[in-house]
Design a protein around this ligand. Structure first.
Ligand code: UDP
Length: 315
């Protein structure tokens, strides 16, 4: 199998590459490094079955890199901090970039899996979120560059299935964490771990009663690979249904790090979803998948990474 991973130098993409290489795939990564990092894939540089090209997939690429059997389309800024800072790039990669990825899949008769997002549900009025829920998204708010372009990307995959019979698949990924998260990417786990380890106050936005559900990266990668091999088109939710308030999350980080940091309350960003929890019945049924690593265990697993990288990080 020759597999293309767009965005393969990112947090999730690089872990996916590790798993694909371990399973014997030939892997090509296209990434323009807008938020991806060479360090994430540096350990694969000597692997003969691994190839990295610095490339913006907003330019057509179907003819340039030979044939492949499957495309994991992950390229996009993904943390609220990153997509706010790269709003137009986010719109472009999820629209133009997705169309280019679909054209490449069509040309080579390859399957394609789109890494979509729980953000498609917006600030959800249905809880937990099932795949059948259409969402509550502000089309012009600060998150819209991400939410709406991912919704466009889903529509594009659905259209290529419908009009070209393409083997396109959609997964909706909920908050995921683990080693290689950038300690300064602004995400809640990265911020809290870095702050706790540097002895700074943990910044809770709002009153900390909003909830999220956090999936450890190895569980998520397992779900992606199962989905790629399945007969299902999705959309399928992938995430850990364990639901925590942000305040509980802060307290767990303090426990795991042994930090004496205080909590500091800051204003809640506009359109910040109040609650988020995946219904994963569908993934259980069609993929035989469910996460195995609970939040406290996962935080312990990525503690050494944050201990190594927190000090160097500037915000
Ligand atoms: N958050 C927080 N403090 C931080 C960073 C984030 O309280 O330092 C909150 C944020 O307002 C949101 C939740 O944590 O309610 C998750 O934020 P994140 O940026 O990780 O991703 P989101 O799920 O909002 O896309």
């Amino acid at each position: 199998m020759r597999t293309l991973v767009t965005g393969g130098a990112g947090f999730l993409g690089s872990h996916l590459c590790d798993a694909l290489i371990a399973q014997g795939h030939d892997v090509l990564v296209l990434d323009n490094l807008v938020t991806g990092k060479r360090e994430n894939i540096a350990h694969l540089a000597r692997e003969p079955r691994f190839q990295f090209e610095e490339k913006d997939i907003c330019e057509p690429f179907a003819e340039k890199f030979g044939e492949f059997d499957f495309i994991f389309h992950l390229a996009s800024p993904a943390s609220p901090f990153d997509y706010a800072g790269h709003g137009i790039e986010t719109l472009r990669v999820n629209s133009v970039g997705t169309l280019n990825a679909l054209e490449a899949a069509k040309k080579w008769n390859a399957g394609l899996l789109l890494a979509s997002t729980s953000e498609c549900y917006g600030d959800p009025l249905e809880h937990p979120q099932k795949e059948t829920y259409w969402g509550n998204v502000n089309p012009i708010g600060p998150r819209s560059v991400y939410d709406e372009s991912k919704r466009f990307a889903e529509a594009a995959v659905a259209a290529y299935r419908r009009y070209h019979n393409l083997n396109g698949k959609i997964v909706r990924i909920f908050n995921t964490y683990g080693p290689r998260l950038q300690p300064n990417d602004g995400r809640v786990i990265s911020n809290f771990m870095r702050q706790a380890l540097q002895g700074e106050a943990l910044t809770i936005f709002g009153d900390g009663s909003q909830t999220r559900s956090f999936c450890y990266v190895s569980d998520l990668v397992d779900g992606l690979i199962r989905m790629s091999a399945s007969d299902s088109a999705g959309p399928v939710n992938l995430g850990n249904p364990g639901e925590f308030t942000i305040r509980e999350c802060a307290e767990l980080v303090l426990k795991v790090t042994g930090s004496k940091s205080k909590l500091k309350f800051e204003p809640l960003p506009q359109d910040d979803p109040k609650q988020r929890k995946p219904d994963i019945m569908l993934a259980k049924k069609i993929l035989g998948w469910e996460p195995r690593i609970a939040l406290e265990e996962g935080l312990r697993l990525c503690l050494p990474y944050f201990q190594q990288h927190a000090q160097a990080a500037t915000v």
